[in-house]
Design a protein around this ligand. Structure first.
Ligand code: NAD
Ligand code: 44H
Length: 469
């Protein structure tokens, strides 16, 4: 079977005008897909679809090439480099899977390669830098500011002072920008595509705080020449499995070590300026709006909040993927309760929220998307603060129900305490202590602590019932 490469599918490589940090599955199903389709005017043919960006597809706009950098390991860069950046995007509806070769990534490099990283960010032709470094990669406190007490941040401050390449995503971004300033390469838009509240503003504030610890003139330079774009990104994309590799080979006839499986729904809504231009992502269906917050709240609370709830309740009940939890009456009931509490917390106009959650049911039930609960459960403390606590806070302040959001929080506490088997009294104590740490404003509210303690008792008893059945 031939290896997937540019020569095997006659795909030309476009000029690099974008840099990405965090070359995971999601970047490849989302920003790389939008970038590829921003420059082709033809509809995607059936089956194996397009040549790479810059290939023979008629272009209404110039194609943009992406130079992607991995975050923690070099593996994705090695696999993509062996395929000239090409990979198969498998798109699964509940009834069928289609395949498309994506060619917008034209270079892929280990993020630990300081020379290539600095050269890429300094390239004057590059005008957009996107990020998917995970929520944990920003090293912020629950209020969204850079955590200067974090050992990794302190270590990176020392590295930045000596010119060594830092390790955290946020500090690596500052390192690249320092190189860009030194090269005099002009303005740039930085766009976070991570599941965070006001992710552009959070990135700007974290970078500025970091710059103030190392070279405060960088903060002034960023203020003048770097825009920070906030974006709501949505496309459920699990980690690639060996079965996906086999499926890609079966459909395309090419040997591809790093395909990506994703769902047939996608959305990208963003707010902010691009001082040096950007791809025409609207041609692929993205939307540029003046206020992204309603869409961000809708997605982070209704989709991601539900994901966290299902991950922790589902793991406790012996499930391993989201689609399995949708067949469990207990999970479905707490999901509907959580949504009933979360919908009124979305402020501003983000469309019909009932229709949004109806569509989420279909998306979560898609059995071709095997989204691992263990993957979703990672970095729970950062995620709960963004996805669940705002729902609890809103309803505590407005006399709303607390049951569903309390269950999400309790299920996470239960998940983090798997080693012990505390008594009911210990549970109540644990709920209070966790709230004191992650949401001190809620810790003193009896209705909240009781709701979380009750939910802890319920989830433990539901686990016992499930285990006994
Ligand atoms: N997968 C999805 O469905 C999805 C959807 C919307 C948004 N996102 C956002 O994208 C992020 C990445 O998702 P993914 O599915 O691509 O994950 P992934 O594990 O496939 O890739 C994550 C990438 O980020 C790097 N990374 C991880 N931790 C890092 C850190 N602390 N510092 C720097 N780099 C780090 C990894 O090395 C990798 O390159 C998510 O955390 C989320 O914020 C994902
Ligand atoms: O990617 P994370 O770790 O931020 O969160 C896990 C999932 O909730 C998330 O990936 C969703 O699938 C995604 O946000 C859907 O667009």
């Amino acid at each position: 079977m031939p290896r997937l490469t540019r020569s095997s599918v006659s795909a030309l490589a476009a000029e690099v005008r974008m840099v990405h940090l965090g070359l995971g599955a999601f970047h490849r199903s989302h920003q790389a897909w939008y970038t590829q389709h921003a420059s082709d005017s033809s509809p995607t043919p059936e089956g194996l679809a397009t040549p790479g960006a810059g290939g023979s597809v008629p272009s209404g706009t110039e194609p943009w090439g992406i130079h992607g950098f991995t975050g923690r390991t070099a593996r994705a860069a090695e696999q993509l480099t062996a395929q000239d950046g090409l990979y198969t995007l498998l798109t699964a509806s509940p009834t069928a899977v289609t395949a498309e070769v994506i060619g917008s990534i034209v270079a892929a490099t280990d993020g630990g390669d300081a020379v290539r990283w600095r050269a890429a960010v300094s390239d004057p032709r590059v005008s957009v830098l996107t990020l998917t470094i995970t929520e944990a990669g920003y090293h912020t406190t629950p209020d969204g500011t850079l955590d200067l007490t974090d050992a990794a941040v302190r270590d990176d401050i020392a590295r930045l002072k000596t010119g060594a390449l830092p390790h955290t995503g946020i500090a690596r971004l500052l390192d690249g920008l320092i190189a860009r300033r030194a090269a005099g390469s002009g303005p740039l838009a930085v766009m976070s595509c991570d599941n965070l509240v006001s992710n552009g503003e959070l990135t700007r504030a974290a970078l500025t705080a970091l710059a103030e610890q190392t070279d405060s003139s960088m903060a002034d330079w960023m203020h003048e020449g770097v825009s920070f774009v906030s974006s709501m990104v949505d496309r459920i994309t699990p980690a690639t499995t060996p079965a996906d590799v086999v499926e890609a080979q079966r459909i395309t006839g090419f040997d591809d070590e790093c395909p990506v499986m994703t769902e047939d729904f996608t959305e990208w809504i963003f707010e902010g300026d691009f001082p040096a231009g950007r791809p025409d992502w609207e041609r692929s269906g993205a939307r540029h709006v003046s206020d992204v917050r309603p869409y961000e709240q809708r997605k982070l609370r209704l989709l991601n909040g539900a994901h966290s709830l299902l991950a922790y309740t589902g793991l406790a009940r012996g499930h391993s993927s989201i689609d399995q939890t949708m067949g469990d009456a207990f999970c479905r009931q707490v999901l509907e309760q959580f949504w009933a509490e979360a919908r009124p917390t979305v402020t501003g106009d983000a469309g019909d929220l009932g229709a949004f959650t109806d569509r989420l049911v279909e998306r979560f039930e898609n059995r071709r998307i095997v989204h691992s609960l263990a993957q979703i459960a990672r970095d729970g403390e950062q995620k709960i603060a963004i996805r669940v606590l705002p729902v609890l806070r809103f309803n505590a302040a407005n006399g709303g129900e607390l049951v569903g959001a309390a269950m999400a929080l309790a299920a996470w506490i239960n998940f983090t305490q798997t080693a012990a088997s505390p008594t009911a009294a210990d549970c109540d104590h644990s709920a209070e202590r966790v709230l004191e740490r992650i949401a001190p404003d809620l810790a003193g509210q009896t209705a909240v602590t009781h709701a979380v303690a009750d939910a802890l008792t319920e989830i433990r008893s539901s686990n016992r019932t499930k285990a006994a059945s």
